[in-house]
Ligand binder design. Structure first.
Ligand code: NAP
Length: 243
C-alpha cells in the first residue's frame, strides 16, 4: 500500500519537521496550511529537491468544506490517504481566564478541536484498508496553563479525549489513533502568545533544562504512524523534557 499522509499545519514548526521526515521515509505528503503560502511552497521545494513526493494545500481545517476539499485534493494528487497528522493549532496572548472573550475561546476550540474531529472523521471514512492517525496535543492538557491560556489547554484536553474515544471505535478496523503531547518546543507559536522567548524563560524549570526541537517531536509522530508501532493505539507520548 502506498503511504499517503496529510499533515495539517504542515508548513511551519512541528508540522514542517514532520512533513520533511515523512517524505524522507517514503510517504507522499500533503502539506496543509492556512495562509502563509510562501512557507509552504519553500518547504515543498526543499522536499522535492530531496526526491520526495509532496503537494501543498491551503485550507482552514476548522471548516468542514475546506477539510473535504483537502482530502479530495490529496486523494486526487497522491492516492488514497493512509495517514493523518492533526497538527494545526493556535493560541493567543497570555491571559487569565476572567479576561478571555467568548470569541477567542470559540476560535481556539474551532481551530484546535473541531479541526481534529473533522479531519479524523474524513480520514476514517476513507481509510477502508486501515491507516494511522496522530493527534498533536500538548502537555498543557495536563497542566491547564493557568494565567497563560486555559482555553488552549482545554482544547488540548479535548484532543486527548478524542484520541482515546476514536482509537477504541476504530481499533478493529485496523486504524490506529495515537497522540503526542509536546511542550516548550522552539517554534513561532510562542510569539503568538506574546512571548517569543518563553522557552528560554522556562528552561530552568524543565527537568532536562532545555526546550525541545520540532524534529524531536516529528520523530515520535513518525514512529507512531509507522508499522513499528503496529500494536500501539490510544497511546500518548509526552515530549516535554520531563515536565
Ligand atoms: P506554529 O509554528 O505556530 O505553526 C502552526 C501551523 O498551523 C502553521 O502551518 C499554520 O499555517 C497552521 N494553521 C494554523 N491555523 C490553521 C487552520 N485553521 N487551518 C490550517 N492550518 C492552520 O505551531 P507549532 O508550534 O509547530 O505547533 C504545532 C502543533 O503543536 C499545535 O497543535 C500546537 O498546539 C502543538 N504544540 C506546540 C508546542 C510548542 O511548544 N511549540 C507545545 C505543545 C503543543 P500558516 O503558516 O498558514 O499560518
Amino acid at each position: 500500500m502506498n503511504k499517503v499522509a496529510i499533515v495539517t499545519g504542515g508548513s511551519r514548526g512541528i508540522g514542517a519537521a514532520t512533513s520533511k521526515l515523512l517524505a524522507s521515509q517514503g510517504y507522499a505528503v500533503c502539506i496543509n496550511y492556512l495562509a502563509r503560502s510562501e512557507d509552504a511552497e519553500k518547504l515543498a521545494a526543499e522536499i522535492t529537491a530531496d526526491g520526495g513526493k509532496v503537494m501543498t494545500y491551503a485550507a482552514d481545517v476548522s471548516e468542514e468544506a475546506d477539510v473535504i476539499g483537502l482530502f479530495d485534493a490529496a486523494e486526487k494528487m497522491l492516492g488514497p490517504v493512509t495517514h493523518l497528522v492533526n497538527n494545526a493549532g493556535i493560541l493567543f496572548t497570555q491571559s487569565s481566564l476572567v479576561d478571555l472573550s467568548v470569541e477567542r475561546f470559540n476560535k481556539v476550540m474551532l481551530t484546535n478541536v473541531t479541526s481534529c474531529f473533522l479531519c479524523s472523521r474524513e480520514a476514517v471514512k476513507r481509510m477502508t484498508q486501515g491507516g494511522a492517525i496522530v493527534n498533536v496535543s500538548s502537555v498543557a492538557s495536563r497542566t491547564g496553563s493557568p494565567n497563560e491560556y486555559v482555553d488552549y489547554a482545554a482544547s488540548k484536553g479535548a484532543m486527548d479525549t478524542l484520541t482515546t474515544g476514536l482509537s477504541l471505535e476504530v481499533a478493529d478496523k485496523n486504524i490506529r489513533v495515537n497522540c503526542v503531547r509536546p511542550g516548550f518546543i522552539h517554534t513561532e507559536m510562542h510569539a503568538d502568545g506574546g512571548e517569543p522567548g518563553r522557552v528560554e524563560r522556562l528552561s530552568p524549570l524543565i527537568p532536562m533544562k532545555r526546550g525541545g526541537e520540532p524534529e524531536e517531536v516529528a520523530n515520535a509522530i513518525a514512529w507512531l504512524l509507522s508499522d513499528e508501532a503496529s500494536y500501539v493505539t490510544g497511546s500518548f507520548i509526552d515530549l516535554a523534557g520531563g515536565k
